[in-house]
Design a protein around this ligand. Structure first.
Ligand SMILES: Cc1cc2nc3c(=O)[nH]c(=O)nc-3n(C[C@H](O)[C@H](O)[C@H](O)COP(=O)(O)OP(=O)(O)OC[C@H]3O[C@@H](n4cnc5c(N)ncnc54)[C@H](O)[C@@H]3O)c2cc1C
Length: 347
């Protein structure tokens, strides 16, 4: 085996970003994906790459980690949020709040785009490959979540509605989380998320759908159900034996507040590649670029879980008065240790 061979287990965003960067830097990269294609954990549903957690725009971020935009990536600016009294709040943003991407096996999904880039860069992807033994040499493990800290249930469908998004904050339909509608070019995703009450998924989803029809005049054509889960934790073992690197959700990298894990996944894949290429410490890179945001997201989750429906209404009222909510969100996602403690005391 070539000393510049790296095996990557899991062809999710984390594994593929690592693969693209290593291959472009002269490494022989073999990706082992247990499914027959990328994106099979998803269902053509829309997700958002957050554009509030850092000053760098998400498009610049993608460029900085070696990712080309060869997939559906649509900016969504401003937005409508709805509280438990079905009251609408319009929020303003000076730049896109998030970039919509599609997940799954459709041609323009993020997953397929990253796959094309990996193959173009010379990566060898072994499909239906579930190894029973960890290979020799450098190995990156990006096999996704291990357990469910939060779950989502929803539908993907066709619609004649214009491009649009709306978020719902209401514990009766999305316990300690949120529900969302995303519409782009005739396709839509509506889902509700749960950080607790997993056994009430179906009834909450039905209530969420009812609420959607009450507040948005939308036609739902050919709906297909989907579901999924996310996992976040602080892992003590980001590397093993100086040759195995854990990336993405498998390493616990996730946004504990709302489950916006794609940026974490891709960034950690990039950092693992960088640590191999530059022979630097992956742990230190994660400590600098990922850990502070994860810590802030855990504090944010702790606070969000205590708000309740009345608290959501107060917050939405405040946000709706702002000319631009991005600076506030950025502050929340980039709190220093001291400020985090202040905020807890304040709450
Ligand atoms: C319903 C839902 C909605 C979401 N919405 C958003 C959102 O709006 N914004 C956001 O940023 N994030 C969102 N997320 C989270 C985001 O999808 C994940 O954080 C991200 O996909 C994690 O990437 P990953 O590469 O770590 O893992 P994954 O995307 O899970 O990829 C892991 C890959 O490894 C493969 N694999 C697993 N085990 C093995 C094995 N033993 N051998 C070989 N291959 C294996 C899997 O088949 C898969 O292809 C959402 C998640 C869900 C479920």
């Amino acid at each position: 085996m070539n000393s510049k061979t790296v095996h990557i287990i899991g062809a999710g965003p984390a594994g593929l970003v690592a693969a693209i960067n290593l291959s472009k830097n002269g490494y022989e990269v073999i990706v082992h994906e247990m499914k027959e294609d990328v994106g099979m954990r998803f269902n053509g549903d829309f997700q958002g790459i957050d554009n509030w957690s850092s000053k760098e725009d998400a498009q610049q971020f993608l460029e900085s980690i070696g990712v080309d935009i060869n997939f559906r990536l649509k900016p969504y600016t401003n937005g409508i949020y709805i509280d438990s009294f079905a009251k609408k709040y319009k929020v303003n943003t000076s730049r896109p709040l998030f970039y919509l991407v599609e997940r799954g096996t459709n041609k323009w999904s993020l997953d397929q785009g990253l796959k094309r880039q990996a193959i173009d860069a010379g990566v060898d992807i072994k499909w239906n490959s579930r190894l029973t033994k960890t290979p020799e040499g450098k190995v990156i493990i990006g096999t996704g979540p291990k357990a469910a800290d939060a779950i989502a249930k929803g539908i993907v469908f066709n619609t004649t509605h214009k491009n649009y998004y709306v978020g719902f904050l209401d514990n009766d339909i999305a316990p300690q989380a949120y529900a969302y509608l995303l519409v782009n070019n005739g396709k839509a995703t509506f889902a509700t998320c749960f950080f607790k009450s997993f056994s009430k998924t179906q009834e909450c989803f039905e209530r969420a759908l009812k609420r959607l029809h009450e507040v948005v005049d939308i036609d739902i054509i050919n709906p297909k159900e989907f579901g999924g889960y996310i996992n976040f934790f602080f892992s003590k073992t980001l590397t093993k034996d100086n040759r195995i690197y854990y990336v993405g959700e498998n390493a616990g990298f996730q946004d504990a507040l709302w489950g916006f894990g794609m940026r974490y996944a891709m960034q950690s894949g990039y950092l693992a590649a960088r640590s191999i290429i530059e022979d630097t410490s992956y742990e230190n890179l994660c400590k600098t670029y990922i850990k502070p945001k994860m810590e802030a997201s855990l504090i944010n989750r702790w606070m969000f879980a205590r708000l309740g429906n009345k608290g959501y209404t107060v917050i939405l009222n405040e946000l709706a008065k702002k000319k631009d909510i991005i600076p506030d969100l950025q502050k929340r996602y980039n709190m220093s240790g001291l400020k985090k403690m202040d905020t807890i005391t304040y709450c």
